[in-house]
Design a protein around this ligand. Sequence first.
Ligand SMILES: N[C@@H](CCC(=O)N[C@@H](CS)C(=O)NCC(=O)O)C(=O)O
Length: 209
Amino acid sequence: MAEALTLHEDPRSGNCYKIKLTAALLGLPLATRAYDIMQGETRTPEFLATVNANGRIPVLQIDASEGARFLPESNAACWYLAHRSALVPQERFAQADMLRWMFFEQYNHEPNVATLRFWRHFVGEANLSEQQRGQITAKHLAGCAALDLMNRHLAQSAFFCGDTLSLADIALFAYTHVADEGGFALGDHPHILAWIARVQAAPGFVPMQ
Ligand SMILES: N[C@@H](CCC(=O)N[C@@H](CS)C(=O)NCC(=O)O)C(=O)O
């Protein structure tokens, strides 16, 4: 079945980059439509009604003979693209283990590492609300704990699920390789740094911007 793929994105977003990197590694053509999240462009009545009622990018639009379908959530979109590809392990436990790291990314990593990057690098600390400022220390500590766990895991394994790159690596790479923009130092995480270089060396790799 022929289908056309369009990513609704803000190019500064690591969540959007995950999908572009997955498509690039698989050689899949992917059109893009850009929004500025800082200007509320994903919160318009039209966007909420047609693209994502949750008011966020990324959203993968899949146009096929039956019409257009919209898939929000970065890791779900990566999963859709990588179905039955080498980026998803075949073996049942390995596949569940890959999902384990993708859930970890969404619960322990992204809400801390990505949020602090957004606040510090794009919004600016001076422009944060009192409530946001009050969350910085806790988010920094939680982000450090996530990075520490990753570093310890990567001391024993080239990629998150063994010897080959999978969607778990793509999900975790997106915000880890720019963690410094959120105030996280990677210098004392040598196994993460070596893994970043391995991901960047993958055939078809594309940088974030
Ligand atoms: N869990 C979602 C997170 C999506 C998300 O938080 N998107 C942000 C940009 S990375 C966004 O659209 N923010 C704009 C807004 O909330 O108005 C995913 O992984 O795709």
